[in-house]
Design a protein around this ligand. Structure first.
Ligand code: FAD
Length: 443
């Protein structure tokens, strides 16, 4: 079942030209469009389905600096600054609140692992600290299970995924961006060796730059342009509870659960890092790229072999721009939640918070995350196609960093100074011999 997303008004007329076309209306595409429009740059955003129909409305809503790959820390610091004034910026409710986030540790060994991340917190003067079991019990209302301690960042926050990207898109529109929904981008036309236009199912938009923020579809789109993006998809499963009285305000994860208190008084509940992976043709094509990540997370991955393999095998990987594309076939990627994962997380949260034992589950859904081999995004110009930029591969933690990433892309496209150094996110890291690897302490 797809979560209900705040609707956004569409523009009906396809502009003949724009400075920039953004492909994809998730948190990354909408934030990019907003910051470009704020700079006075003309921008058209094309979304094949509806704004935030895919990952950006299906995530937990955590906005955390804690336990990130150190390469992402400068950008997430900027992103949290943007979140803190987001309601004011977009003149609407995005659900952003500072609530604090905790990673619980059951044993001293688990705590020692969490503690290792403090080195990065210190480098950036973050307020992350290791707390003992007594403080955990005091801060997490309703907790009955004893924990050895936790890594805790009081300044981390949360947003409402079903409100945030739509509110940002509506604000971008007020600043002059055109928002086209039900409008798949089929491909990019080049002239004199650089971007000249985006061809959509509704017609052609001449432009100087294109930003591909297509989430789980970016690899397919880039591939048709001859750009190799080593991206895979993994399934996350989520449930929404009815209202719970007297539950914890701080978001936390431990054992097999992770949760966030929602604005409606219910909880979004899931399992940190437990992901379902369908074996598809790309699993073989990218096997060696993903070996380090699979070794690192082996215990938490659930592999499935089934209909997805044949489905993706049959999917067109090359097409001409005057023919329908896979983007027009699947308007919204709406995978079913994996019931085994949800059963385990429900049992796990109830062992720590008995109030979840009999709470009614109002909804469940799946979300297809787009991951990269080193679990950090690609936010990059593409050297072989001048004018083509990619912002994708947020690897299961792109909601919190989304506004920062959108701002960074807008800076890069407009050629101004960038809020942070984009070098760690360059596409060429996969081909320039850097041998990118996931950070062992990041999640
Ligand atoms: C279950 C789950 C839990 C998560 N929890 C968190 C969390 O707590 N905190 C966090 O920071 N992150 C979390 N994430 C990750 C986060 O949701 C994503 O990293 C982020 O939303 C990615 O945003 P995006 O804009 O890149 O992609 P998406 O939101 O997937 O948007 C991409 C859009 O592009 C459109 N599109 C694709 N191709 C085309 C085309 N050719 N033409 C037009 N449109 C196109 C798609 O329809 C889609 O709407 C979670 C993800 C999942 C699935």
């Amino acid at each position: 079942m797809a979560p209900r997303v705040d609707p956004v008004q569409s523009d009906e007329v396809l502009p003949a030209q724009a400075d920039v076309v953004v492909i994809g209306g998730g948190i990354i595409g909408t934030s990019t469009a907003l910051f470009l429009a704020q700079k006075g740059i003309s921008v058209v955003l094309c979304e094949k389905g509806h704004i935030a129909g895919e990952q950006s409305s299906r995530n937990w809503g955590w906005c955390r600096k804690m336990a990130r790959d150190p390469r992402e820390i400068p950008l997430i610091i900027e992103s949290l600054r943007l979140w803190e004034r987001m309601n004011e910026t977009v003149e609407a409710e995005t659900g952003f609140r500072t609530c604090g986030i905790m990673y619980l540790g059951e044993t001293e060994a688990e705590l020692a692992q969490l503690e290792a991340w403090l080195e990065h917190a210190r480098q950036y003067q973050l307020d992350t600290r290791l707390i003992g079991g007594a403080e955990v019990a005091e801060r997490l209302t309703g907790l009955t299970k004893k924990w050895a301690g936790a890594l805790y960042t009081a300044s981390d926050g949360k947003g409402e995924p079903q409100l945030a990207a739509p509110a940002i898109a509506a604000a971008a529109r007020r600043h002059g961006a055109a928002i086209l929904q039900h409008c798949a981008a089929r491909g990019v036309e080049t002239a004199a060796g650089r971007v000249a236009a985006v061809v959509t199912e509704k017609g052609r938009i001449a432009c100087q730059s294109v930003v591909l923020a297509g989430g789980a579809w970016s690899r397919l789109f880039a591939g048709n342009l001859g750009v190799e993006l080593p991206q895979l998809k993994v399934l996350g499963s989520v449930m929404r509870t009815e209202k719970v009285d007297g539950g914890p305000e701080i978001s936390a994860s431990g054992d097999l659960f992770g949760y966030r208190k929602r604005m409606d008084g219910g909880y979004t509940v899931s399992t940190l890092g437990v992901r379902t992976i369908d074996i598809v043709p790309d699993s073989f094509r990218l096997f060696f790229d993903y070996m380090p990540a699979v070794k690192l997370h082996w215990k938490k991955l659930r592999f499935r072999f089934g209909g997805k393999f044949a489905e993706e095998w049959r999917m067109k990987r090359k097409w001409a721009l005057d023919e329908p594309t896979p983007f027009e076939v699947v308007r919204t990627l709406d995978p079913a939640a994996d019931p085994r994962v949800l059963e385990r997380s429900r049992a796990s949260i109830a062992r720590s918070f008995p109030m979840f034992q009999n709470v009614k589950i109002a909804e469940t859904w799946g979300g297809m995350m787009d991951v990269m081999p080193d679990a950090i995004p690609v936010i990059s110009a593409v050297d072989t196609v001048p004018g083509f930029f990619i912002a994708t591969g947020f690897s299961g933690h792109g909601f919190g960093i989304g506004p920062g990433a959108g701002r960074l892309v807008a800076d890069m496209v407009s050629g101004g100074p960038t809020i942070v150094d984009p070098t760690p996110f360059r596409l060429s890291r996969f081909t320039d011999g850097s041998n990118p690897r996931p950070h062992p302490l990041a999640s």
